[in-house]
Write a protein that binds this ligand. Structure first.
Ligand code: AMP
Length: 465
């Protein structure tokens, strides 16, 4: 099925925006869901990140939103703060031709008071985590009486994270006339039960099975000994030379050991662990997304809910015992239309695990031998060591009315005179921004930002290490 957006019963502006964003055809989940949601049906959908599910529920919400009404009309619940940010980002992109549209993120890990203050003003859509949304309800800063659409995104993960009671109590505080949309990767009994009690005759949509999509991921299994794993990993980096990669370990302790060891070997990498402060986590993730860091080392728990998809390479430094976890890990690789790579290190005692994982992912199991380079061959390390970008911090953000264009302007305009090709991702946060800059001109960019102004103001400029 390959429909285009113009064939939907949506406003010309929305069609226009999808064109501007370069969305040519509806993804399968969009083709199945959007027409039903526009009709007002409840929906229970199976899909994973990368399928375009965010636009699938956001387009109908935007189509029905009444901007002139100063009321909260849609609520989207997501398991993590990172997902909330990702979803809000997509709605903001799609809503760029809805002047006056206000979207607010209510996630934990951020101060409560500014959120409460923002709720005093006009807000049309809230994207939040169940815990924080419930906090606001409890303190009376949030009212859900006008909600017309409620979305539970990644509902199974919200359950895994212990949010069932919170979700149910939020649902019970919304009008029963609401439209309820539930997306989940898996359908344990609890989800089915929640659907029964909170949805009205929901339409069921599914996209192709996990197995099918994973055959596009090139999976390799390399035989290695426990004490050779590190050398094997370096050797894989040398041969694959990925732009971005995530290395999965089974234990926190392994992550804590491996990341510094990789750094010492000259690999541009960072560890992500559950123990990191939220702000450090944000910084690490921003650098990874804007390619200032090439390798992320993580456990499954730490990587949960992180916006790290579309990787060039996923490495299983340790094989997980659960083949479903294997499939979930490798599913993070592969950019749109391009096949991804997944490499697993297999110690003799892991051979059985590897066989099962391969079988589960629908691929042939073939154990290969890795040629490990000698220690003296340090020149081969070069490619993996250098990230192409570095990140600069600017002490102004959304609340200071700083927009990506202002930063780009400061760098490439008259005062900056830099080439826009050397400017990478610009991430605007509430009170600060990150901009990625090509390494080769980074010092110049830093100096010009320090000397210059943005929107006529002088902000503090720092390297993000
Ligand atoms: P999601 O599954 O919602 O996380 O979306 C994955 C990515 O696909 C996002 O970066 C979207 O901006 C993008 N996307 C959504 N719909 C389309 C489409 N119809 N065509 C191309 N890209 C899309």
């Amino acid at each position: 099925m390959s429909l285009d957006f113009a064939s939907l019963e949506i406003s010309a502006q929305l069609v226009q925006v999808t064109r501007e964003l370069g969305y040519e055809k509806l993804t399968p989940i969009q083709a199945q869901s959007i027409p039903l949601l526009l009709e007002g049906r409840d929906l229970i959908g199976q899909s994973k990140t990368g399928s375009g599910k965010t636009a699938a529920f956001s387009i109908p919400i935007l189509e029905k939103i009444k901007i002139q009404e100063r009321s909260l009309q849609a609520l989207i619940l997501c398991p993590t703060r990172e997902l909330c940010t990702q979803v809000a980002r997509e709605i903001r992109k799609l809503g760029r031709r809805h002047p006056g549209l206000q979207i607010l993120i209510l996630s934990g890990g951020l101060p409560f008071q500014p959120q409460a203050a923002a709720l005093q003003k006009r807000v049309h859509v809230v994207v939040g985590t169940p815990g924080r949304v419930l906090d606001h309800l409890g303190r009376g800063t949030l009212k859900l009486g006008d909600i017309r659409c409620l979305v539970l995104d990644e509902a199974d993960r919200m359950l895994d994270m212990g949010f069932q009671d919170d979700m149910e109590s939020i649902l019970s505080k919304t009008p029963s006339s609401r439209q309820t949309v539930l997306f989940s990767a898996t359908f344990p009994k609890t989800i089915e039960k929640m659907s029964k009690s909170f949805q009205k005759n929901p339409a069921r949509v599914t996209i192709e099975t996990e197995e099918k999509s994973h055959t596009e991921i090139k999976q390799k299994f390399f035989k290695t000994d426990e004490n050779e794993k590190f050398a094997a990993l370096i050797s894989i980096f040398e041969t694959e030379n990925p732009g971005s990669a995530i290395v999965f370990c089974n234990f926190k302790a392994t992550v804590a050991e491996l990341a510094p060891e990789l750094k010492r070997a000259g690999v541009s990498c960072a560890a992500i662990s559950g123990d990191l402060e939220q702000s450090d986590r944000d910084r690490v993730m921003a650098k990874f997304r804007n390619q200032s860091t090439r390798v992320l080392v993580a456990t499954d728990v730490a990587a949960r809910g992180l916006d790290v998809e579309n990787l060039d390479l996923v490495v299983n430094f340790d094989l997980p015992s659960d083949p479903e976890v294997y499939v979930h890990r490798i599913g993070r690789t592969g950019r749109a239309g391009k096949s991804g790579q997944a490499v697993s290190l297999v110690t003799p005692k892991d051979t059985h695990k590897a066989k099962i994982a391969a079988q589960f992912a629908g691929t042939k199991f073939e154990l290969k031998t890795l040629r490990i380079q000698g220690d003296d061959d340090s020149s081969a390390m070069e490619p993996m060591g250098e990230a192409l970008m570095v990140t600069i911090y600017i002490s102004g953000g959304r609340k200071d009315k700083v927009r990506p264009g202002d930063i780009l302007g400061a760098l490439t305009g008259e005062a900056g005179r830099l080439n826009s090709e050397d400017i990478g991702k610009i991430e605007i946060h509430d009170r600060f921004s990150y901009v990625a800059i090509s390494k080769k001109i980074a010092q110049k960019a830093f100096d010009r930002l320090t000397a210059g102004t943005i929107k006529g103001r002088r902000f503090r400029i720092q390297w993000v290490r």
